[in-house]
Write a protein that binds this ligand. Structure first.
Ligand code: FES
Length: 75
């Protein structure tokens, strides 16, 4: 396992979203209610960017076709 420093903690805030390229992955780092998550930055349905996704409860809602994904487990 390798360690990557993505962002300084002091720069994080609720609503923070930023995409990072790591090897062949594009990850979105986000903070919601003080919790930090790193998720794939595009929707698995049609690769639409999730940077503009809405958060409903503990789910990200893809802005394109409104598929929902659990933030903490990806279900
Ligand atoms: S591209 Fe995300 S639900 Fe279709």
């Amino acid at each position: 396992m390798r360690y990557y420093s993505l962002e300084k903690l002091i720069n994080l805030f609720d609503g923070y979203r930023e995409v990072f390229k790591i090897d062949n992955h594009s990850l979105m780092l986000l903070q919601i209610d003080g919790q930090r998550y790193a998720v794939e930055s595009s929707c698995p349905h049609r690769e639409y960017p999730l940077t503009a996704s809405d958060v409903v409860g503990d789910e990200l809602v893809c802005p394109k076709h409104h598929y929902r994904f659990g933030i903490s487990d990806g279900q």
